[in-house]
Design a protein around this ligand. Structure first.
Ligand code: C5P
Length: 306
């Protein structure tokens, strides 16, 4: 038997970063937004856990024990008492180390796919609990949609009255990723340097009202990311990428999560095509992708018995 699922990328519409916690994570308040851009993950029965990648984007993903997809196989096996008997194949369309939670998507996909393959029948709540142990964004990738994340991002609550019409995004991605811990460290350093008092993180009321109104320009104006200055410090060229998108007519521009991907909000589908073309020719990034949001969380595409 083999099981195939899809798992979405995300952008953070708002990302407020609080103080560094004793466990090395930062308390955050964020609005996650799942994108139609997705990886496809297929799992098969196998005597040993393994992972293979079909890279449709630039970047390198470890295929050894450091791969978060393998950690997900093992974590589900430990929780259920099942042997970790699965080979994982990933069609990778989400850029790597890009601030789009591609690794988290793969881990979430593996949890759902192996739960089906092994017929272990864990409910979503229990998969979400395992997901939280694998990474801060994995639980969100399971659920998708537009959700508020608190804690280190693993505690989720739906955004009520989120927009019904899709938002149209253009993503400018780089072949060279940024390390998430390095970006959080850079933010801490910048705050230390300026003696900034770090507040408890909070989702902005402006963003929640904009989402409720479903107004693209209002949403664009309310996009915020505390990690953006830190990503810009580590990768100053991103300032040019953001400006190029705005010059090309994007209604909103933001670094996605810890970067280096930049996410641009377009007025509508047609505008997103024009924006993507202009950004491609501006020479400010390696890859330009179009996506809509909000998208579903992990979805089972097919279950095939051999
Ligand atoms: O949970 P995840 O593996 O995605 O986190 C990667 C790293 O990013 C953490 O080890 C930590 O350095 C940083 N991080 C953080 N606060 C968060 C999420 C991630 O400091 N809320």
């Amino acid at each position: 038997m083999s099981v195939t699922v899809t798992a979405p990328a995300k952008v953070n519409l708002g990302l407020s970063v609080g103080p560094l916690r004793p466990d090395g994570y930062h308390e955050i308040a964020t609005v996650f937004h799942a994108l139609s851009l997705h990886d496809t993950i297929t799992v098969d029965h196998a005597s040993e856990p393994s992972v293979t990648m079909d890279m449709r984007v630039l970047g390198v993903v470890p295929q050894d024990a450091d791969n978060i997809a393998l950690s997900a196989v093992n974590a589900l096996a430990v929780r259920t008492g099942h042997q970790p008997h699965a080979s994982v194949h990933i069609v990778k369309r989400i850029p790597v180390a890009a601030g789009l939670a591609g690794g988290s998507a793969d881990a979430a996909g593996v949890l759902v796919a192996c739960n089906e393959l092994w017929q272990t029948g864990l409910p979503l709540a229990e998969l979400a609990d395992i997901a939280a142990g694998l990474g801060s964004d994995v639980a969100f990738a399971l659920q998708g949609g537009t959700m508020v994340g608190t804690g280190r991002g693993e505690r989720l609550a739906p955004v009520l009255a989120a927009p019904s019409a899709p938002l149209h995004w253009v993503i400018a991605a780089s072949g060279a990723g940024l390390s998430t811990p390095a970006v959080y460290r850079a933010l801490d350093e910048m705050r230390d340097e300026t003696g900034q008092h770090v507040e408890e993180p909070a989702v902005s009321m402006e963003l929640m009202l904009a989402l409720r109104a479903g107004d693209v320009r209002q949403i664009a104006a309310a996009l915020t990311n505390d990690l953006q200055p830190a990503a810009l410090r580590l990768r100053p060229a991103l300032a040019r990428t953001l400006q190029a998108g705005l010059d090309a007519g994007a209604v909103g521009a933001i670094v996605s999560g810890s970067g280096p991907s930049c996410a641009f909000l377009a007025a509508d589908a047609e505008h997103s095509v024009d924006l993507a073309v202009e950004l491609s020719s501006a020479g400010v990034c390696d890859t330009v992708l179009r996506a809509t949001g909000p998208a579903h969380g992990v979805q089972v595409q097919s279950v095939q018995s051999l």
